[in-house]
Design a binder for this molecule. Structure first.
Ligand SMILES: [Zn+2]
Length: 331
């Protein structure tokens, strides 16, 4: 497979009078065809300098996901989905999203006591327990409502990512219809996924690791900064994940979040895009990417390009990102 890209060149006369040329690499995503602009480094994503811990203390008093309040202030699942009302594993607790985004829309906190959870402190077991309750939820919803077969596990982590609550959590959706990207990915022929993964493995510049059953790589045409993708051939839906695969995914995600923390990032989005269970040839896949850091007068990483043109524009070069974090995946 040829990974398509074209070069745009901007020319201008600098205030000093010299001619300045800027090259912009426009890349095409080989699966969905969306395009993304790789810009020279302009410091668009400055590292965190905000006192998150102090801010956490300020808003903790009113947080509905903290111990005691979680029991009183969060809703319960209907008995058809889960008779106990909330799904728990380890310290993770899952309950319906009070502000639903679909027919089955849930929230799961890593732990009621982890109101302040910087990325470097998310451990494999904390991540695995939270993914597990999401998997259990998807299974339970599909068993009770067989028409709801499109499941995804997602995260808005910290306010710049779209989270309205500070307390870290994942979000699950299970619906009878896919989202735009779920639909696009499910329409990709099975052979195209194989070709893409083979191409990236051979090329090597963005490939991170095959961790057993999961292939990890940096996106060729990222929608968002520092975007990493993973593919799980042989599994189509989060509802089909067993404990071993959950642990493997949790390990890769934790490695990624550790790398983000090292780079100075504290906010991210995650989407694990499920197709209906047993969809032949569809590999369950995910995207995870950084968002701007929280600070007064911060620059949002999501501009007219991303929101209204569906065009990525990042100044973190994918190959440099892979170089920077590959060792973590191999150790
Ligand atoms: Zn809290």
């Amino acid at each position: 497979m040829e990974l398509e890209h074209t070069q745009l060149v901007a020319e201008m006369i600098a205030p000093t009078g010299e001619l300045v040329r800027t090259e912009i690499d426009v890349r095409v995503d080989p699966l969905t065809g969306h395009t993304s602009r790789i810009l020279p480094n302009r410091g668009l994503m400055p590292p965190n300098d905000f006192d998150l811990e102090a801010f956490a203390q300020e808003n903790e008093e009113r947080c509905p996901f903290c111990p005691d309040r979680i029991e009183r202030m969060t809703p319960k699942l209907p008995p058809a989905v889960h008779p106990e009302g909330r799904i728990m594993r380890g310290e993770a607790v899952l309950f319906p999203n009070l502000h639903a985004y679909g027919s089955h829309s849930c929230v799961s906190v890593y732990s009621p006591r982890l109101h302040y959870l910087p990325l470097a402190r998310i451990t494999e077991s904390v991540m695995a327990d939270n993914l597990s309750v999401q998997v259990q939820y998807a299974k339970a919803v599909m068993a009770a409502y067989p028409e709801s077969r499109w499941s995804s596990i997602n995260a808005n982590h910290m306010l710049p990512s779209g989270s309205s609550l500070f307390h870290p959590h994942l979000q699950g959706l299970v619906d009878s219809t896919p989202t735009t990207i779920q639909r696009q990915l499910a329409n990709v022929p099975a052979a195209r996924f194989d070709e893409y993964l083979n191409t990236e493995r051979r090329d090597g510049r963005r490939f991170l690791r095959n961790s057993g059953r999961v292939q990890w790589l940096v996106s060729f045409a990222p929608i968002a900064p520092a975007e990493i993708r993973a593919f799980v051939p042989g599994v189509a839906s989060p509802a089909e994940l067993g404990d071993e695969l959950v642990a493997e995914l949790a390990r890769g995600l934790t490695i990624t979040l550790g790398a983000y923390a090292d780079m100075g990032y504290e906010s991210f989005n995650l989407a694990m895009y499920g197709a209906p269970p047993a969809t032949a040839g569809y590999p369950l896949n995910l995207r995870i990417a950084c968002r701007s850091n929280l600070r007064p007068f911060y620059r949002s990483d999501s501009t007219f390009l991303e929101r209204l043109h569906w065009e990525g524009a990042v100044d973190l070069v994918p190959e440099d990102l892979a170089e920077r974090i590959r060792d973590r995946f191999r150790n």
